[in-house]
Design a protein around this ligand. Structure first.
Ligand code: GLN
Length: 446
C-alpha cells in the first residue's frame, strides 16, 4: 500500500490527516444519507398541495431506490480505476465532491430531466469519492502500523455521525417544509466537506498521489504482479464473498426489518409508541456509541498477542451477525405466545446492537484490510470493487426481503442466520491458510 513518507503531525496518536478525511467524509455521508432519507418520500408524495412530490407508486419508487443504491456503490469500480490510472486518489476525491454538489443542486430544480441528471451526477460523484477517500485513510499509516485498524474505526465513526444527523435535519426540512430545500441542505453539507478537504490538504501531503508522479514508482507501476501480490488478491476476493452476505443481512434494516417492526412489534415503552422510523437511526447511533470502545477492545486484544488478523475479526463479526438473526427468530416465535400478537421490542433493540458489533468487526476492518493487501497499482480499484460488492449485497438484501413476502419472516431470518453462520465458520477455519496466502501483509509491527 502506498503510504506517506513525510513525517506527519499527530492528533490523538493518529496522523492529523485522519481528521481532515474524517470531517470530509462525515459531510459527504451527511449529504448522501440526507438525500436518501427523503428520496422515496419525495417520489411518492402527492403532486399537489404545499410540498408537492412526483406522485410515483411505492413500487416504482422502491425500484428506483434499489437501482440507485446499487449503482452509487457499483460506480466505485470506475472511481477506483480512474484514480489508479489518471487522477490519483486525492484529486478523485476533489472531483467527486464537485460532482456531488452539482448533483444535489440539480435535485433542487423542479424538473424531471434535472432530477435524473442529478442522480447520474451523484452516482458518478460518490463513485469517485467514496472508495478513494477510504484508500487515503490507509495511506496515512505505514506498513505494519498497529494503529491502522483503529484509524479506520475513527473514520467510520465520522461516517456515522453524518448518517445520524442527516435524516433528522434533511428529513425534517424536506418533509415538513420543502423537498427541494432538503436536497439543497444535502448539497450544502457536501460544500462544507469540500471546504474541510481543500483547507486541510496540507495534512495530506504525499497521500493519495498518482503513482506516475515519481520516477521510482513509475517503474514499480509497470511491473506485472508478483506471485505474492496475486495471492493477496485471491485472499481479498474470497473475503468479498463474506462481505456480500454480510451486507445482504445488514441491509434488511431498511426493508424487511422495518416492515416487521411496523407490523409485528409492540413498540410501546412507558406508554409511548416508538416510531418505526426511529429504528432507522439505531445503526448509526450504536456505531457512534460503541465505535471507540470496540476499537479499544480490539486494540487490547491484539496487544495481548492473541489472534487478531482482519480475517479473524471478520469471521467473528459474521458469526455475531448470525446471532443477531437468531434474536429475530426468537422475536417471531414470541409473537405466537403474545396475547396481542406482537413481539416485545427488546429483541429488535438487541438485534440492531449485534448488527453494529458485527459491522464494526467487518466493515472498517475490511477497508483497512484492503489497504494492507491490495497491490499498490490496483489499490483504488480493489477498494472500488469492495464498494461494488456492498452494492450487490444491498440488491441481494432487497431480493431476500421480497422473498419473505411469500416465505414468511421466520424462514427468511433463519436463512440469513444460516448464511452468516456458514460463511463465518468457513472463514474462521481458513484463518491460518488465508494468512499464509497474505504473505505477511497483515503482520503488525509495533
Ligand atoms: N454505512 C457505511 C457507509 O456509508 C458502509 C456502506 C457500505 O460499505 N456499503 O460508509
Amino acid at each position: 500500500m502506498q503510504s506517506s513518507t513525510l513525517p506527519q503531525k499527530k492528533l490523538f496518536g493518529h496522523p492529523s490527516g485522519l481528521f481532515v478525511l474524517f470531517f470530509t467524509e462525515m459531510w459527504e455521508r451527511f449529504s448522501f444519507y440526507g438525500m436518501r432519507a427523503i428520496l422515496v418520500l419525495y417520489l411518492t408524495a402527492q403532486s399537489t398541495g404545499d410540498n408537492p412530490g412526483l406522485a410515483w407508486t411505492k413500487k416504482e419508487a422502491l425500484a428506483l431506490y434499489g437501482w440507485y443504491g446499487m449503482f452509487v456503490y457499483f460506480m466505485g469500480i470506475f472511481g477506483g480505476y480512474i484514480a489508479d490510472k489518471y487522477l490519483g486518489q486525492k484529486k478523485s476525491v476533489l472531483v467527486g465532491g464537485v460532482f456531488i454538489i452539482a448533483g444535489q443542486f440539480a435535485l433542487t430544480i423542479d424538473n424531471i430531466s434535472a432530477f435524473y441528471s442529478g442522480l447520474v451526477l451523484l452516482v458518478c460523484g460518490v463513485g469517485l469519492l467514496k472508495p478513494n477517500i477510504s484508500t487515503m485513510v490507509g495511506g496515512l499509516y505505514k506498513k505494519g502500523d498497529i494503529k491502522r485498524d483503529s484509524g479506520f474505526i475513527i473514520f467510520y465513526i465520522g461516517i456515522n455521525i453524518g448518517a445520524l444527523l442527516a435524516p433528522l435535519l434533511v428529513g425534517y426540512i424536506g418533509e415538513k417544509i420543502d423537498w427541494h430545500l432538503g436536497f439543497s441542505l444535502a448539497g450544502f453539507g457536501m460544500i462544507l466537506g469540500q471546504i474541510v478537504y481543500v483547507f486541510g490538504r496540507k495534512h495530506l501531503r504525499g497521500v493519495g498521489e498518482l503513482l506516475k508522479n515519481s520516477a521510482t514508482e513509475a517503474h514499480l507501476a509497470d511491473k506485472p504482479l508478483t506471485k505474492e501480490e496475486k495471492d493477496r488478491v485471491v485472499v481479498l476476493l474470497l473475503s468479498f464473498l463474506v462481505v456480500i452476505v454480510f451486507w445482504a443481512a445488514y441491509e434488511q434494516a431498511g426493508g424487511l426489518m422495518s416492515l416487521y417492526t411496523r407490523d409485528s412489534v409492540d413498540r410501546f415503552v412507558f406508554g409511548w409508541e416508538i416510531p418505526t422510523t426511529f429504528f432507522q437511526s439505531l445503526h448509526a447511533l450504536y456505531v457512534v456509541l460503541i465505535g471507540a470502545p470496540m476499537a479499544w477492545l480490539w486494540m487490547r486484544w491484539s496487544k495481548s498477542g492473541r489472534e487478531s488478523s482482519s480475517i479473524f475479526k471478520m469471521a467473528i463479526g459474521q458469526i455475531i451477525m448470525a446471532i443477531s438473526f437468531v434474536a429475530l427468530m426468537v422475536s417471531v416465535y414470541e409473537i405466537s405466545l403474545s396475547a396481542i400478537g406482537k413481539s416485545p421490542v427488546h429483541w429488535l433493540l438487541l438485534s440492531y446492537f449485534l448488527h453494529v458489533v458485527a459491522e464494526l468487526s467487518i466493515s472498517p476492518v475490511a477497508l483497512s484490510f484492503i489497504t494492507k493487501l491490495a497491490p499498490v497499482k490496483y489499490a483504488s480499484l480493489m477498494m472500488g470493487a469492495y464498494f461494488a460488492i456492498t452494492g450487490f449485497g444491498n440488491k441481494l438484501a432487497g431480493i431476500l426481503g421480497e422473498a419473505a413476502q411469500g416465505a414468511g419472516e421466520m424462514t427468511i431470518f433463519a436463512l440469513i442466520a444460516g448464511m452468516c453462520l456458514v460463511t463465518g465458520l468457513l472463514l474462521l477455519t481458513l484463518v491460518k491458510k488465508l494468512k499464509k496466502l497474505a504473505h505477511g501483509a497483515e503482520d503488525n509491527i509495533e
